[in-house]
Design a protein around this ligand. Structure first.
Ligand SMILES: Nc1nc2c(ncn2[C@@H]2O[C@H](COP(=O)(O)OP(=O)(O)O)[C@@H](O)[C@H]2O)c(=O)[nH]1
Ligand SMILES: [Mg+2]
Length: 285
């Protein structure tokens, strides 16, 4: 069985379309994906997110609602993943920005031995015609440079689609501390430290209007979280899980030297402040 976690904060408008598309996709690809269950994590929404999720439940694709009162995408994904029990689990955003073909692509990579398959808008075969506005793209580029110091070799840590071996991710996500948008980076650092082989897969990706990420409100927080992750995981290095059984797995994995504290403090400030200051103000959601 495959369980799909969808973190949702006030998604009554975007979620129904995503669940509808998912139901159709799952029906068409049942031969590959098998039984699929969806877990919508209602992240203290004040709208009808839970109701629209329940209304989309069918016997062919049951939709369960998981409550998470701790705010933040990281907290929501953590709660959702911990509520899974399947061999294969994934999470995706409520807006359906990542094309659903990623499900089969990721599934195949896990079948071939990877532990984690993550959507990557930086992959040469990805199709990402409409990206974010220019200011957010600039901030994202700075963010990517910092994130790549923590998870070298991974070009896109932030795509909202990731699939995992269930037992592994449940073990690792229990220790996740980042509750905001940077949780993906901490999760990837911890997965690699647990010996996971992480592969990036191409995706089709469209920028769906109505993003809950507001660069002005969340941008500085995301950089600050990155700094906290760098510090709190400084001792974690990629570890081969079972080197004797899978000698190829360890190849090419270097160790990560801890980021020095001064850089940890200075980088978010140096990078985040001018980027955030240059951003246009948006009306709060
Ligand atoms: N902003 C925000 N998003 C959350 C929260 N909890 C869960 N989410 C979900 O995290 C996902 C973020 O995707 P999206 O809003 O499209 O952001 P973007 O794709 O990064 O622009 C959506 O599914 C949100 O509903 C939260 O507390 N705050
Ligand atoms: Mg989105």
């Amino acid at each position: 069985m495959l369980q799909i976690v969808i973190p949702a904060f006030n998604e009554e408008r975007r979620l129904p379309r995503t669940l509808h598309a998912l139901r159709r996709h799952v029906a068409e690809h049942r031969g590959v994906l098998g039984r699929v269950e969806v877990l919508v994590v209602d992240n203290a929404s004040t709208d009808a997110t839970a109701e629209v999720a329940r209304a989309a439940s069918t016997s062919a694709m049951p939709v369960r609602v998981v409550r998470c009162t701790r705010r933040g995408k990281g907290a929501a994904v953590r709660a959702g993943l911990l509520a899974t029990e399947a061999e294969l689990v994934c999470f995706m955003d409520a807006d359906g920005a990542t094309g659903l073909d990623a499900l089969e692509a990721a599934w195949r990579r896990l079948l071939l031995g990877a532990d984690v398959a993550i959507g990557s808008r930086a992959h040469a075969d990805s199709d990402t015609e409409a990206r974010h506005c220019r200011t957010r793209s600039k901030g994202a580029a700075a963010y990517r440079r910092l994130a790549s110091r923590l998870v070298p070799g991974i070009a896109d840590t932030q795509c909202g689609f990731k699939m995992f071996r269930g037992d592994l991710v449940r073990e690792v996500v229990a220790g996740l501390r980042t509750s905001g948008f940077s949780f993906d980076v901490e999760l990837l650092v911890r997965l690699r430290a647990a010996g996971a082989e992480v592969v990036e897969i191409p995706v089709t990706w469209v920028d769906v209007p109505g993003s809950t990420f507001d660069p002005v409100r969340h941008g500085a927080g995301a950089f600050a979280e990155l700094a906290r992750i760098a510090w709190s995981t400084r001792g974690l290095v990629p570890t081969p899980r079972t080197p004797q059984a899978q000698p190829g797995r360890a190849a090419g994995r270097g160790t990560r030297s801890p980021m020095p504290l001064p850089a940890v403090i200075a980088l978010p400030a140096v990078v985040a402040v001018p980027v955030i200051a240059a951003l246009p103000t948006r009306s709060p959601r």
